[in-house]
Ligand binder design. Structure first.
Ligand code: HEC
Ligand code: HEC
Ligand code: HEC
Ligand code: HEC
Ligand code: HEC
Ligand code: HEC
Ligand code: HEC
Ligand code: HEC
Ligand code: HEC
Ligand code: HEC
Ligand code: HEC
Ligand code: HEC
Ligand code: HEC
Length: 459
């Protein structure tokens, strides 16, 4: 409507002389406000208020004494404006300045005219809010609409039926703009519990000092609800630095939803391979070997590795055992035997293979009935650990027998061959070098013909 009014008409507006104005008072009551000399400043602004443009000053200024040219406000506070604008004060929760009998609408609006849209006294919407609020002061990362100064895409500056003057149902607020996130939550099978409800549990809606408006950086953000993981990640003897570093958890987890269980970014093994497809130099004394190399071109993958189940043996977040192992396992070639030291292997394999000296069926690693597992492993002093014969992740030999053992700086080949009833090693690697379950090898006889090996693996 305001557009339809010839702005030039405003120069004909009635003259209202109020005390304190350096304008000459009109001399006779007959004189109207419609002169070009007075109050013309209102019409020079880009936006002129409807009644002002019409020269209707009286709807707000009630003449007190026209002779004296004195006036009083027609109504007080917000009521002055409500007379024509009912919508702004019709909502359940009113913004404090509108509920305030004294201040009212003119806290933000100029009643006559303004160079700013919506007759705002301040240049932008945000400027006008910032007159009273410090909501976004000193924030390093501002939310898109906040950075654009658009407080009113979310808030109704006047009042709302929702709390916090929100313009939209708070449950739909974020999704009204973030369709991608909404689609992920709808389509992906595994949705993170808090993402179903409160987005503001993790994001500060206006901005924050952390990227992505996060209330805190991961992992601290995540620890606030996952204390058990914090305990494991921060207080275990062996840590996985990619868990505890800044941003940590997000190396492997998505914060909202995923197609993989546990909110993982990829299937478990694939996930590990994003880093363990190469060797990782931790410091000058420590390199974590490439896992990819260990399984590359291998004919036999150890059961859980073939199942891509690293969790069967490793606890990713942290561990009391070396190499982030889930359970106890000796870290050396030799270790005095105790059953508990092999908890890891015996969580899936029967411990009975190393508990008795003689057996006809507990293990195939027998010479006759002599249990060679028992003989090698179950020793008070230099018991051989499983790794001296078995490769943990993968091997090209049956029964996951290693292809070689470290011998100083050299890898000494074992050359294990399995036979129908036993097996043998290449001469030179081992004393003695064969076993047979049906026709036991007589070690007393064969001993003299073997080369004495003093590798870590040998006697
Ligand atoms: C929509 C209500 C409204 C209308 C219409 C209106 N005024 Fe005002 N006017 C006010 C209010 C409210 C104030 C008090 C100013 C303040 O508190 O900022 C005011 C104050 C004034 C003042 C005092 C100086 C100032 O600018 O603060 C003058 C002069 C004035 N108005 C002139 C006029 C004239 C002339 C018209 C008609 C062309 C007019 N007003 C129409 C609401 C109105
Ligand atoms: C006498 C009736 C009347 C009174 C009283 C009145 N207004 Fe208005 N107001 C109008 C009209 C007419 C329009 C133009 C409507 C339109 O453009 O849709 C308008 C428009 C506005 C707009 C919109 C400007 C825009 O750019 O869209 C604002 C803001 C506004 N008024 C604020 C106020 C405030 C603040 C008061 C009290 C100080 C007030 N009005 C009192 C009649 C009034
Ligand atoms: C806290 C500041 C503030 C106060 C107080 C305020 N307004 Fe507004 N008003 C705004 C802002 C900001 C806009 C622009 C809304 C937008 O960006 O969509 C606006 C817009 C308007 C409009 C344009 C149409 C609309 O509703 O968006 C009218 C009319 C209006 N206000 C009237 C009033 C009246 C009447 C009062 C007092 C009852 C009042 N305002 C009090 C900030 C305020
Ligand atoms: C004239 C001062 C003033 C201006 C300007 C102002 N506010 Fe307020 N606002 C207040 C006061 C006072 C309160 C109530 C006290 C508080 O919660 O801090 C309040 C409360 C709020 C609330 C909380 C309401 C609730 O339900 O708890 C929101 C949201 C808000 N203002 C948004 C805005 C926005 C958006 C703007 C700009 C369009 C704005 N304010 C401009 C004074 C102002
Ligand atoms: C993307 C939507 C959005 C935008 C844009 C937005 N807010 Fe808010 N605001 C909210 C929500 C949601 C709340 C409810 C509080 C919460 O859950 O953290 C809120 C609460 C508030 C509050 C009351 C609580 C508090 O934090 O003090 C004020 C004041 C406020 N906003 C001011 C502003 C101002 C000023 C701007 C513009 C600079 C703005 N808001 C922009 C969504 C928004
Ligand atoms: C009015 C539209 C709108 C609403 C409502 C809205 N956002 Fe945004 N949001 C944006 C825009 C625009 C960006 C900036 C996009 C960009 O930078 O790519 C953004 C960016 C973000 C970002 C990423 C910030 C970054 O640094 O990249 C997060 C997180 C976010 N919003 C969360 C929320 C949450 C939580 C809510 C609900 C409380 C919400 N948004 C509501 C429009 C909105
Ligand atoms: C458990 C904490 C948490 C909750 C709850 C949460 N977010 Fe996030 N959000 C994050 C983190 C962490 C990031 C940063 C992701 C990154 O850097 O990879 C993020 C990023 C975003 C982004 C930026 C784009 C993207 O997807 O990376 C948007 C937009 C976003 N969140 C919106 C939302 C919305 C909407 C909700 C509510 C449905 C929500 N978030 C709930 C933690 C959360
Ligand atoms: C506001 C609390 C809260 C925050 C913050 C939070 N979570 Fe959660 N999270 C939960 C709840 C509740 C569950 C579901 C119950 C459970 O499994 O403990 C859950 C479950 C999970 C799950 C298991 C999902 C499944 O399918 O079993 C993962 C993984 C997870 N959160 C990772 C994270 C990460 C990463 C962060 C930080 C970016 C984080 N959480 C931040 C509350 C939170
Ligand atoms: C290197 C990858 C990786 C990182 C980094 C990581 N996680 Fe996990 N997380 C996993 C894997 C793999 C699982 C699945 C374990 C399972 O199925 O037993 C998991 C499972 C979880 C679970 C659900 C099962 C449980 O153990 O309670 C939660 C909760 C969880 N992670 C939270 C976190 C938090 C919090 C962080 C950051 C402190 C984090 N994760 C960092 C890989 C990771
Ligand atoms: C984002 C990269 C990254 C991902 C993903 C990752 N790791 Fe690691 N991992 C490392 C780094 C770097 C090290 C070197 C030691 C350290 O910094 O903690 C390491 C070390 C290890 C170690 C050796 C620890 C030691 O003390 O010798 C094991 C075992 C391990 N990771 C297993 C896994 C498993 C299992 C997964 C998949 C669930 C996985 N990692 C995913 C980066 C990663
Ligand atoms: C059957 C148990 C088991 C399974 C399953 C398993 N690991 Fe291991 N892993 C170990 C053991 C034991 C070690 C320690 C190496 C040794 O024996 O000295 C280890 C060591 C590692 C190391 C450290 C290598 C180094 O040079 O320090 C990485 C990396 C690793 N594993 C990754 C994985 C990944 C990825 C998976 C899943 C695909 C996986 N592991 C599955 C038992 C297992
Ligand atoms: C999470 C369960 C699991 C753990 C822990 C585990 N294994 Fe296995 N292992 C299997 C499965 C399943 C097979 C059978 C599939 C195959 O041949 O790889 C297997 C097979 C074997 C075989 C070959 C048996 C055959 O019949 O060919 C050897 C040797 C072996 N494991 C040694 C070990 C050692 C040594 C450890 C401890 C470092 C260990 N395993 C820990 C699950 C496990
Ligand atoms: C001195 C070498 C050596 C050591 C040490 C050793 N193994 Fe074996 N293991 C073998 C040989 C050789 C076979 C193959 C037997 C056959 O099939 O002929 C075997 C077979 C197995 C099998 C397949 C089932 C069976 O018993 O025949 C499992 C499981 C196994 N070993 C687990 C272990 C575990 C667990 C440890 C550590 C506690 C371990 N081994 C230590 C040499 C060894």
């Amino acid at each position: 409507m305001i557009k339809m009014i010839d702005r030039a008409a405003v120069s004909l507006i009635c003259v209202l002389a109020s005390t304190g104005l350096a304008v000459e008072k009109p001399t006779s009551p007959q004189q109207t406000c419609l002169t070009a000399e007075c109050h013309t400043e209102y019409s020079k602004k880009a936006e002129v208020h409807g009644p002002v443009a019409l020269g209707d000053c009286k709807s707000c200024h009630k003449p007190l004494n026209e002779q004296e040219h004195t006036y009083q406000m027609a109504r007080k506070g917000p009521e002055l404006c409500q007379y024509c604008h009912l919508d702004q004060t019709s909502k359940r929760y009113l913004h404090n300045p509108l509920a305030n009998k004294e201040g009212g609408c003119t806290e933000c609006h100029d009643p006559h005219s303004s160079d700013n849209k919506f007759l705002l006294s301040s240049k932008t919407v945000a400027d006008s809010c910032n007159e009273c609020h410090e909501t976004t002061k000193d924030m390093k990362f501002l939310h898109g609409p906040v950075a654009a100064g658009e407080c009113t895409v979310c808030h109704d500056p006047h009042g709302s039926d929702y709390r916090n003057l929100l313009d939209v149902d708070p449950n739909d607020l974020c999704f009204s703009c973030h369709e991608v996130t909404q689609n992920e939550l709808k389509r992906f099978e595994f949705v993170h519990e808090p993402a179903k409800g409160e987005c503001t549990g993790c994001h500060d809606v206006h901005g924050a000092n952390n990227p992505q408006m996060l209330v805190d950086d991961a992992p601290k953000l995540c620890y606030s609800c996952h204390e058990d993981i914090q305990k494991m990640a921060e207080h275990s003897k062996h840590k996985h630095s990619v868990v505890t570093e800044t941003g940590g958890c997000l190396n492997c987890h998505t914060p909202h939803a995923s197609t993989v269980k546990r909110g993982l970014k990829a299937a478990p093994m694939e996930l590990c391979m994003t880093c363990h497809d190469k060797s990782i130099v931790v410091d000058k004394d420590r390199t974590v070997g490439s896992f990819a190399d260990q399984i590359k071109d291998k004919q036999f993958l150890h059961g859980p590795v073939a199942e891509k189940d690293c969790e069967g043996c490793h606890t990713t977040h942290g561990s009391e055992h070396f190499s982030l192992l889930a359970k106890e396992y000796p870290s050396q070639f030799y270790a005095p035997f105790s059953k508990e030291k092999y908890d890891l292997c015996f969580s899936c394999h029967s411990e009975s293979i190393v508990l008795t000296g003689e057996t006809t069926d507990l293990t195939d690693f027998r010479n006759g009935n002599t249990n060679l597992h028992f003989m090698h492993v179950n020793k008070e002093l230099r018991g051989r650990t499983c790794r001296s014969c078995h490769a943990t992740h993968a091997s090209n030999k049956p029964r996951h027998i290693r292809e070689s053992v470290p011998y100083g700086n050299w890898d000494l080949p074992i050359g294990f061959e399995k036979s129908e009833t036993g097996g043998s090693c290449a001469p030179g690697c081992h004393v003695p070098n064969a076993y047979d379950r049906q026709t036991p090898v007589d070690y007393k006889k064969s001993q003299s013909s073997s080369v004495s090996a003093n590798s870590k693996f040998g006697q």
